[in-house]
Ligand binder design. Structure first.
Ligand code: FE2
Length: 291
């Protein structure tokens, strides 16, 4: 069972949706007793409207005896199938999904987006407003996005789920090179009780309390969590940026973090992107390179 965390409600623009969870940067991560429970979870993030990648991941999850799927945000943005991806996530992750910065950009005025991303945001909005399934389906998708919390804390675990970082759950990036920024990392580790799972950079790996960054390759795609604070980036389903074009997600099984990398029909997605004027061709090209 996961609970959304509402810590602060400021002057958030709620013109479109009045029931958006508004959460600030101060986090009460009360320490929980006990270790990571036996629940076997799949953690997916940064799908970005890539339906072919999402379907491959969901099929793989079906074969892994998973208890629940948690989505760490950015369901839409960049990719050609925002409505279809939303429909899948609404069905598989209802109550276990977080708002990503691109989901937020679809809802409200986008901030800090480059021109390519901005055009994709406006096209995505159009799809969400006119998508298939009739008016009720359109409203259901907007409602789902508008009700997403910015973080989740399972009741029974030392876990925190965010899109960006424990300090700024939606927008702050934690890059591998941040291990050299001890002030930043100390602050972030100070905000979590034990294990924080996140996405946003599209670069999978483990941040240890010893200021190391362990890539999936470094640990043979399996990392055993120790009794110390750790941040885990689960990578991206739909737009990996670690020079490995295969989609990525994580299975949390006891205290093991397992990175799954899967091939998917990239050319199908590229051609869909090339066919949409508002989606820059580079959004298709980058999928091939995984960056
Ligand atoms: Fe993203």
């Amino acid at each position: 069972m996961l609970r959304p965390v509402t810590l602060y409600c400021g002057d958030y623009p709620t013109s479109r949706f009045e029931n958006l969870f508004c959460i600030g940067s101060a986090i009460d991560c009360s320490p929980h007793l006990g270790r990571v429970q036996d629940l076997k979870r799949a953690l997916i993030s940064d799908i970005h409207g890539n339906l072919e990648a999402l379907r491959v991941v969901l099929d793989d999850i079906c074969d892994q005896d998973i208890s629940e799927i948690v989505c760490l945000g950015d369901i839409v943005g960049y990719g050609p199938n925002p409505c279809e991806c939303l429909d899948e996530i609404m069905q598989r992750c209802d109550g276990r999904c977080i708002l990503g910065n691109h989901d937020q950009a679809a809802l409200f005025d986008p901030d800090g987006f480059n021109p390519v991303a901005l055009r994709a945001v406006y096209w995505t909005r159009e799809q969400l407003d006119t998508g298939h399934g009739g008016r009720n389906r359109v409203v259901a998708r907007w409602d789902f996005l508008g009700e997403l919390p910015r973080m989740l804390i399972p009741d029974d675990d030392d876990l925190l789920f965010v899109h960006g970082s424990p300090r700024e759950p939606t927008n702050e990036y934690v890059f591998p090179e941040d291990i050299y920024n001890h002030r930043k990392m100390d602050t972030l580790f100070g905000l979590i009780s034990k294990y924080c799972f996140q996405g946003h950079t599209h670069i999978p790996g483990i941040f240890t309390s010893q200021m190391e960054f362990v890539t999936p390759e470094d640990c043979g795609y399996r990392y055993q969590l120790r009794d110390e604070k750790t941040m885990i980036n689960v990578g991206s389903v739909g737009q990996p940026r670690d020079n490995d074009p295969r989609c990525c997600y994580v299975i949390l099984d006891g205290d093991w973090v397992i990175f799954r990398r899967l091939e998917y029909p990239i050319d199908v997605v590229r051609n869909k992107i090339y066919a949409v004027d508002s989606l820059d061709n580079m959004l298709g090209d980058r999928l091939l390179a995984g960056r």
